[in-house]
Design a protein around this ligand. Structure first.
Ligand SMILES: NC(=O)c1ccc[n+]([C@@H]2O[C@H](COP(=O)([O-])OP(=O)(O)OC[C@H]3O[C@@H](n4cnc5c(N)ncnc54)[C@H](O)[C@@H]3O)[C@@H](O)[C@H]2O)c1
Ligand SMILES: [Zn+2]
Ligand SMILES: [Zn+2]
Length: 385
């Protein structure tokens, strides 16, 4: 089957739309006709080489689409189902069996190797060159092969143009709060970086009842969005003194929880320095930077904790329907920061994400798609309003 995908042929190269051929469909896999996909900063991290990845590759791991074909062993999904795609996991290792599939022992092999465990590929160029997949998902394509474990069936009423980002960035922000930090009602939290991950965490902090929610960024436009979504305080760390503002907001006690989505060494250190006694910090960025700590003074003396959280430690099949429900109830209004782009605008969308102009770019792959209700999409939308 011939498809079109946005291919990255080498580190720092732009996305190029190319015709590829889908490989053989395995029995536990499905073919999804893509409707839309978010672009995550982790896609950008691979494209620019911050993390090594086998190229050429079809990136994308925030896809939403409709099942086109199912493998012979797939029982839970049928042709025509509306799905969001998240990460792949084995389902049988101790992590998977205890409800932590994001730390599946096979995670790297299944999501980051570019091919299946038998060495076969899901995409090929016309000359036979294999093309890596990403997250067994590769949503930057008109059709893709994915594993049934990547899939979350969604309400037929759900609008697939909007909900792809629930598969990674928003899932991560949500899960970091509910599973990673588990803040107490009435506690305080500081979130560094108000991109999709930070704002997902912020909306969740509000849902779980944090009473002080401090958003920190270097772009005032993003901080305005953070305020609209429930930040009780904002700090522009470029123009304001961070420590002074935190002291003023918390009466000198510091915050109970902090999250860093910037991956900048000095910011990660600041995220720990502003913690109250007993506070917890979750660093989330996919960046190679290190964090220097003096455990005795930075952690032990103050009973502070640093918590690693991958993909929000969430079970996507449980969390994503929950997030769709919160969105319907107006508690998780991520549509406020989505901007839509056309299929031939991957490079523009990525540039706008990098410059800070767009918080969550979503590429509409199938412009003919209409949701069941076909409610007009949000005002930001330049194609459907
Ligand atoms: N841990 C995980 O499972 C996981 C999952 C998804 C994404 N990620 C990673 O999370 C990170 C954030 O993703 P995103 O999509 O929200 O990215 P983003 O680029 O949209 O957000 C980062 C934010 O940090 C802000 N920032 C930059 N420098 C700053 C500074 N000095 N002070 C304060 N703020 C500053 C930026 O303006 C931006 O708003 C990325 O590194 C991404 O790869 C991790
Ligand atoms: Zn597993
Ligand atoms: Zn991601």
């Amino acid at each position: 089957m011939k498809i079109i995908a946005a291919v990255v042929n080498g580190v720092n190269e732009e996305y190029v739309l190319e015709e590829l051929t889908l490989g053989e469909l395995y029995s536990d896999e499905v073919i999804v006709k893509m409707v839309a996909t978010g672009i995550c900063q982790s896609d950008e991290a691979l494209r620019v080489g911050a993390e090594a990845y086998p190229m050429p590759a079809v990136l994308g791991h925030e896809g939403a689409g409709i099942i086109e074909k199912v493998g012979s062993a797939v029982k839970d999904f049928a042709v025509g189902d509306q799905v969001v795609m998240a990460y792949n996991y084995c389902g049988t290792c101790p992590s998977c069996r205890t409800g932590h599939p994001a730390v599946c022992t096979e995670w790297a092999a299944l999501n980051f190797s570019g091919n299946r465990s038998d060495g076969s590929y899901t995409f090929y160029k016309a000359d036979g060159t294999p093309v890596s997949n990403f997250f067994t998902q590769s949503s930057f394509a008109t059709y893709t092969i994915t594993n049934s474990k990547n899939l979350i069936k969604v309400d037929p009423e759900a609008d697939l143009r909007l909900i792809g980002p629930l598969g990674c960035g928003l899932l991560t922000g949500f899960g970091t709060v509910v599973n990673g930090l588990q803040p107490q009602t009435g506690s305080s939290i500081a979130i560094f970086g108000t991109g999709a991950v930070g704002l997902g965490a912020l909306m969740t902090a509000k849902i779980v009842g944090c009473s002080t929610i401090i958003a920190i960024d270097i772009h005032n436009s993003r901080l305005e969005t953070a305020s609209e979504l429930g930040a009780t305080h904002t700090i522009n760390s470029k123009t304001e003194n961070l420590q002074e503002r935190i002291d003023e907001i918390t009466g000198g006690r510091g915050v109970n929880y902090s999250i860093d989505t910037t991956g900048i060494s000095s910011i990660m250190k600041a995220s720990i320095d502003i913690l109250a006694l007993g506070g917890s910090f979750a660093p989330l960025a996919v960046k190679p930077n290190s964090l220097e700590l003096k455990p005795f003074t930075d952690l032990i003396m103050s009973n502070r904790k640093v918590v690693g959280v991958l993909m929000g430690d969430s079970v996507p099949q449980l969390a994503i329907p929950q997030l769709i429900q919160y969105h319907k109830q107006g508690k998780f209004p991520f549509d406020k920061f989505v901007k839509f782009y056309k299929f031939n605008e991957f490079n523009q969308a990525a540039a706008d994400s990098n410059s800070g102009e767009t918080i969550k770019p979503v590429i509409i792959i199938d412009e003919s798609y209409r949701s069941r209700n076909d409610e007009p999409l949000i005002v930001f939308n330049k194609y459907f309003n």
